[in-house]
Design a protein around this ligand. Structure first.
Ligand SMILES: [Zn+2]
Length: 225
């Protein structure tokens, strides 16, 4: 099948845009990393060997949820099992994997990134570090899938990070947020032992965010400027 509906023309362009955005933010190193977005049972995913920061729509391959190529001319990423696993297990809309410098540095040392800032609650709180396994293996995919349970982000030991989201934009924003938080942790840890938000503090943030619809713009109320 290569008709336009299954070829995900717009989504392939969106994946290329997302990669260039991640590159401009400094999260990409050469050909490392991979990005995908799902539409129904179709997945537009970056090709293996492509320089991600300069990706074009032609370097995005479309596969089904079994990994069979549906459209495109290039072999998909070596981490395809990981991407497909996220879609099958969690029903996510998009996946971003990078070797971003701050996240990768922490992945070499920490057992988890503790909840040192309330914005980490947008990713589910404490970010787990998935145990190391060779890239592109089912073992790595399974390790990362387990670390993602109930979370939108995971670090991959001595490797990098993965974020997911309901949309491609959200998965990219989660990657940027995680990299920022990893940078904050490193700066804080250089000064001393970072304080961690306890459960009561985290719960209060969640309650306040729900009450105030945090993270969205809101119209002024009548009579207020
Ligand atoms: Zn990788």
């Amino acid at each position: 099948m290569t008709d336009s509906s299954s070829a995900l023309v717009q989504e392939r362009a969106a994946v290329a845009d997302a990669c260039r955005r991640l590159g401009a933010a400094g999260l990409l190193i050469g050909t490392a990393g991979n990005v995908s977005v799902r539409v129904g049972d179709r997945v537009a995913v970056t090709a293996t060997g492509a320089v991600l920061a300069q990706l074009t729509a032609g370097q995005v391959t479309v596969v089904d949820l079994d990994g069979e190529t549906v459209a495109g001319t290039l072999q998909p990423t070596s981490e395809l099992d990981l991407h497909l696993g996220v879609y099958r297990r969690y029903g996510a809309g998009a996946v971003v994997h990078t070797h971003a410098p701050m996240a990768t540095a922490l992945s070499c040392v920490l057992g988890e990134l503790p909840c040192i800032h309330y914005q980490l609650l947008a990713l589910g709180g404490t970010v787990r570090v998935a145990p190391y396994a060779t890239f592109g293996t089912p073992d790595l995919a399974e390790s990362v899938l387990a670390a993602l349970d109930g979370r939108s982000a995971a670090l991959m030991a001595n490797h990098g990070s993965v974020t997911v989201g309901p949309t491609l934009d959200k998965a990219v924003e989660n990657a940027l947020l995680l990299e920022w938080a990893c940078g904050v942790y490193q700066h804080a840890a250089a000064l001393g032992k970072p304080r961690v938000l306890d459960e009561r503090q985290q719960l209060a943030v969640i309650e306040a965010a729900i009450a105030r619809n945090y993270g969205t713009t809101q119209p002024l109320q009548e009579g207020k400027a």
